[in-house]
Design a binder for this molecule. Structure first.
Ligand SMILES: *[C@@H]1O[C@H](CO)[C@@H](O)[C@H](O)[C@H]1NC(C)=O
Ligand SMILES: *[C@@H]1O[C@H](CO)[C@@H](O)[C@H](O)[C@H]1NC(C)=O
Ligand SMILES: *[C@@H]1O[C@H](CO)[C@@H](O)[C@H](O)[C@H]1NC(C)=O
Length: 565
């Protein structure tokens, strides 16, 4: 009896083990990989409209963990530091792809997971750098795969986006995955216009100021320096920064199409650097973007969707507050800017037009929600906080001043500046930031911003940013904002690249490592500041989180870069 009881128990146990084992094989353990932040302020701007249709097509992009990212600074210093023996020896796209490619194991195991989930292999593809696995399928299939529920959200402009609150992946492969898109990101670039909604004109310029000028413009403004404190044109750039007059160059911005569709964004979150086809939050028709056929030497037409060589300079619009997207998403984009730098591309961005507040002028209250901007924690702006771009603040001539006067911080808007909550301080700015704290500690505590002295500070430099003469839709206007100052720096680097090409040298590429080594290139800006949230940072002697190193001079910049190998 005892024996048979034991046998019975044994049998039951083994059946249970068997069932349990089978269960595991059929529904392997999934774990939550990322969740929507409960107090994410940006998400509140999207109103849930209901479930996404299960049959709707969806291309899912699985971003695999890349190797060697911890060596980014070492790699970048090797090609960009003026004292490096390998200065200017930029990497080929193939070398970049090889150095950072996910491990074979990560690729194989993630693909196996998809196969085990019953996904047909012909629906799965990956780029040459294998950093992303794409799955062309439907919402319903993705919901099952990721244990996720997708809803449609809409913002007040009439943009629609699909997103989920959280998503899960197989526990065994979680370590291989950085992020999956689209899931919890709420990136406007992933959105579409609601049917029937008219796209707003000039949306991207809303954060910059636009003033109407007389229809005929201001007589003589193009060739005279006497208007520069009111309206900036080529003559002012020449007088202030020794910039050669360039036809169609900065100071003669022409934005004829009013379009929000200008190819601005590089889809760096894809596996390739390609135009996302919708410049949703910015408007940029100027320096550097390879699709700007107006620029001499620029290839016509949209860039091919693969690793490619640009004209060497990319000017990015400031994207959003640093806390607007998941950390995984921004870290991934920042790594892509780093890769561009390794390949000899200079990436520049305006520091933002709302001072220490976020792009909409908001700051962060104690509960994590927006404040109207008069109080609250500073809101650093991406991509400025990414150490691998050059962030450009905005200055101006003093009111009523002339080109001989030292520039002050922009006063018609607040130029963005501050310290990252996310990215560590790069070595190239360690001394500059230390000196800033030694001499001018702003005295705010950790509730106001990350005052650890170990995070990335921005901007790096600043240039004039107020009232550039421009033509928009045939009308003469004056535009202001750091997207203008950043385009001027982009223009300077494009011209220097051309000079370097003439003598058989490569492009400038990532340049902060050079700039911080040459403080003599800059005219210090010591008046005004970057305000917002009730407080801000003042422009002071030396580097500061309002004007960076200061304004620069084209001829001097050129001399330094021409002397480098
Ligand atoms: C606007 O863009 C289109 C196509 O990109 C182009 O053909 C046209 O010349 C542009 N200018 C105006 C004023 O429409
Ligand atoms: C500030 O940044 C440092 C360095 O990244 C980090 O260790 C620290 O936790 C951050 N502090 C806050 C309050 O976020
Ligand atoms: C550009 O916008 C202006 C004002 O919003 C409008 O009058 C003009 O027709 C627009 N031009 C184009 C080419 O869309």
């Amino acid at each position: 009896m005892v024996f048979s009881m034991a046998a019975w128990l044994c049998a039951v146990l083994s059946v249970a083990t068997l069932v349990h084992g089978l269960g595991r094989a059929e529904t392997p353990t999934k774990v939550v990989h990322e969740k929507r932040n409960t107090v994410t302020r940006v998400h509140d701007k999207w109103i849930k409209k209901g479930r996404a249709e299960a049959s709707a097509p969806l291309t899912l992009r699985i971003g695999l963990k890349q190797r060697n990212l911890e060596r980014a600074e070492e790699f970048m210093n090797a090609v960009s530091h003026p004292r490096s023996e390998t200065y200017g020896k930029h990497w080929t796209p193939e070398e970049v792809a090889e150095a950072f490619a996910p491990s074979d194991e990560a690729v194989a195991e993630t693909e196996q997971w998809l196969i085990d989930e019953g996904i047909a292999t012909e629906l799965v593809s990956k780029g040459s750098d294998r950093a992303w696995i794409r799955l062309h399928t439907t919402v319903g299939v993705v919901e099952t795969l990721l244990d996720a529920v997708y809803d449609v959200y809409e913002n007040e402009d009439g943009l629609q986006i699909i997103a989920c609150g959280s998503y899960s992946v197989l526990a065994a492969i979680r370590g291989h995955i950085d992020l999956i898109v689209p899931t919890v990101q709420f990136d406007e670039r992933e959105s579409v216009w609601k049917p029937g909604v008219e796209k707003p004109n000039m949306k991207g310029l809303s954060s910059a100021k636009i003033k109407k000028l007389p229809p005929s413009g201001i007589p003589g403004v193009d060739s005279s320096e006497s208007f520069c404190s009111d309206v900036m044109a080529s003559a002012c750039l020449q007088a202030l920064y020794n910039m050669p007059m360039v036809k169609g160059g900065a100071g003669e911005l022409t934005l004829e199409n009013n379009s929000t569709d200008m190819p601005i964004f590089l889809d760096v979150v894809g596996d390739v650097f390609c135009d996302s086809g919708r410049g949703a939050t910015g408007l940029f028709s100027h320096a550097g973007y390879p699709d700007q056929a107006a620029l001499p030497g620029a290839p016509a037409g949209p860039p091919p969707c693969s690793l490619y060589r640009t004209t060497g300079v990319i000017v990015l619009p400031h994207r959003n507050s640093e806390d607007a997207f998941p950390a995984s998403y921004q870290a991934r984009q920042c790594s892509e800017y780093m890769k561009l730098g390794l390949m000899g591309v200079t990436v520049v961005s305006g520091s933002g037009d709302a001072g220490t507040a976020g792009l909409g002028g908001q700051c962060v209250g104690r509960d994590g929600t927006d404040t109207p901007g008069e109080y609250g924690r500073f809101t650093p702006v991406f991509p400025n906080t990414c150490p691998w771009i050059t962030s450009v603040g905005g200055t101006a001539l003093p009111q009523g001043g002339s080109v001989g006067d030292r520039e002050i911080m922009a006063y018609e808007f607040q130029s963005g500046g501050g310290f990252s909550d996310m990215f560590r301080q790069p070595a190239y700015q360690a001394n500059a930031v230390k000196k800033y704290y030694d001499d001018h500690d702003p005295g705010y505590d950790a509730s106001q911003y990350n005052n650890s002295r170990r995070v990335r500070g921005y901007p790096d430099v600043a240039l004039a940013s107020q009232n550039y003469q421009a033509v928009i839709g045939g009308e003469k206007v004056a535009v202001s904002g750091t997207w203008v100052s950043s385009s001027i720096l982009g223009e300077m680097i494009l011209m220097i690249n051309r000079e370097r090409t003439k003598v058989g040298k490569g492009p400038v590429g990532f340049m902060n490592t050079v700039l911080y080594e040459h403080p003599e290139l800059f005219v210090d800006v010591v008046k005004g500041g970057s305000r917002g949230c009730g407080f801000g940072f003042d422009a002071v002697d030396g580097w500061d989180p309002a004007s960076g190193l200061g304004t620069t001079d084209y001829e001097m910049l050129k001399k330094v870069f021409m002397a480098l190998p």
